[in-house]
Design a binder for this molecule. Structure first.
Ligand code: GTP
Length: 347
C-alpha cells in the first residue's frame, strides 16, 4: 500500500562559510534567490505526499523559526534544533523521532529541476534502501564521483578522482530518498557525514544503493560565484533582463541585475550582473558589476566595485575602487568557524 504521509528533512544547519560575509548575518538557507529565500525553492519542490518538513537547524535557527511563522505553506514545518552541529548524518539521526517510514533528505543549498515524485517511483521500482540524486559535471576532480551500474546501482564513490581515473561524470546532487532502516547505520549525538561515513557503509552491506539521474538544471549555491550564476541562469530562463523588488527608486541603469525591495539607485549609476539586497542605497555616479550588495548597505557616490561582496549593514565610502573583495567591518559571530568544517558536495 502506498503511504500517504511522508517527511522531508531539509539540512539547514550549515554555517555557509564560503558565502561569508552574507552568512555572518543570516542562515544560509534564507539567502534570497530572485528575492525569495533559497529554502522556499526546496519546499515548493516537494511532492504533495510530503506533509511534514523537518528543518535540521543549528546556526541562526531563530531566523528560520521566524521566517516560517510568517510564511504560508500547507506542510507542517518543524524546526529541529540541533544542540551542536552534527553534520549531515548526525542531523538526520537527530530527526529520527519525527520519521514514520521512508523519507527525503535535501541539502538546503541546491536549486534544480529534479522531480521528487519520479525519484520515489525509481526508488520503489528498484526496491532500494537508499536512492540519491546524481548530476553530470564536466570537471569531476573537485567532487565525489559515483561508480554506477547500468541499472543505477552505485557500487562506490571515488573522491576527487583525476579526470582519466573517474568511474563516471556523475556526482551526488544533494537529494536522497531513504528507507528508515538506514537510521540504524548512524550513531546518536556525534558529528557524522552522511556522504563520507554512512553511504559507503550501506554500499558495502547491501546492493540496494541506487543513483537517480535527472535532466534540466542543477546548481549548488555554496559559493558566491554560484550565487551570482544562479541569478544569471534564472534571469535568462525567465526571459527577464532585470528582476526588481517593490518600491525601487531608480535613477540609474540596470543590466542583468536582481534588486530587492526598497532599494534606491542614484543618478548616472550603472549596475550589471549583480545582486542588490533589500534596503540598499547605491548613490550617484557609481559602477557595480558582478557583485552582491548586502541588506541595508550603502555604496557611496563615485565608487567602482567589481566582483565584490558587501555584507549587510555596511557602508562603502565615496570614490572606493575595488575588485574581487569581501567587505565586512563588523564583529564576526562568535560561533562562526574560521574555516570550512566540511564540504559534502565539493567545489
Ligand atoms: P560551507 O561552510 O560553505 O561548506 O557551507 P555549509 O556549512 O552549508 O556546508 P555544506 O555546503 O557542505 O552543507 C551542505 C548542506 O548540509 C547544507 O544545506 C547545510 O546547511 C547542511 N549542513 C552542513 N552541516 C550541517 C550540520 O552540522 N547540521 C545540519 N543540520 N545541517 C548541516
Amino acid at each position: 500500500m502506498v503511504k500517504l504521509r511522508m517527511e522531508a528533512i531539509i539540512l539547514s544547519g550549515g554555517f555557509g562559510t564560503r558565502l561569508r560575509p552574507l552568512t555572518y548575518t543570516r542562515a544560509k538557507s534564507l539567502l534570497p534567490i530572485m528575492n525569495k529565500p533559497m529554502i522556499s525553492y526546496l519546499i515548493e519542490m516537494l511532492p504533495d505526499t510530503v506533509d511534514t518538513v523537518i528543518l535540521a537547524a543549528n546556526y541562526k535557527k531563530h531566523q528560520l523559526e521566524e521566517y516560517f511563522e510568517r510564511s504560508n505553506t500547507d506542510k507542517t514545518i518543524i524546526v529541529n534544533d540541533e544542540p551542536k552541529p552534527l553534520g549531515t548524518g548526525g542531523a538526520v539521526k537527530f530527526a529520527e523521532k519525527y520519521l514514520t517510514d521512508e523519507f527525503f533528505v535535501l541539502n538546503s543549498d541546491i536549486i534544480c529541476s529534479l522531480n521528487l515524485s519520479d525519484m520515489i517511483a525509481f526508488h520503489r521500482k528498484h526496491n532500494a534502501v537508499a536512492t540519491i540524486s546524481l548530476w553530470p559535471v564536466e570537471n569531476v576532480s573537485e567532487f565525489g564521483v559515483a561508480e554506477i551500474q547500468e541499472n543505477g546501482n552505485i557500487t562506490k564513490f571515488v573522491e576527487k578522482p583525476k579526470q582519466e581515473d573517474a568511474p563516471s561524470n556523475l556526482i551526488n546532487a544533494g537529494a536522497y530518498f531513504l528507507e528508515s532502516s538506514i537510521l540504524d547505520y548512524i550513531e546518536t549525538g556525534r558529528l557524522i557525514s552522511m556522504e563520507k561515513e554512512i553511504f559507503p557503509q550501506i554500499i558495502t552491506d547491501t546492493e540496494r544503493f541506487y543513483g537517480y539521474q535527472f535532466k534540466g538544471y542543477w546548481m549548488d549555491i555554496g559559493r558566491i560565484r554560484s550565487y551570482l550564476d544562479i541569478h544569471q541562469y534564472l534571469l535568462t530562463k525567465q526571459n527577464e533582463n532585470n528582476h526588481l523588488g517593490k518600491n525601487l527608486l531608480n535613477n540609474g541603469t540596470l543590466n542583468k541585475t536582481v534588486v530587492g525591495n526598497d532599494v534606491i539607485i542614484g543618478k548616472n549609476s550603472k549596475i550589471e550582473k549583480s545582486i542588490i539586497l533589500d534596503n540598499a542605497i547605491i548613490e550617484d555616479n557609481t559602477f557595480i558589476s558582478h557583485s552582491v550588495i548586502g541588506e541595508n548597505s550603502t555604496v557611496c557616490s563615485k565608487s567602482q566595485l567589481s566582483g565584490v561582496v558587501v555584507g549587510d549593514n555596511e557602508q562603502i565610502g565615496t570614490n572606493t575602487i575595488e575588485e574581487n573583495k569581501l567587505f565586512w567591518t563588523q564583529e564576526i559571530p562568535k560561533e562562526f568557524p574560521k574555516k570550512q568544517i566540511g564540504n559534502v558536495i565539493g567545489g
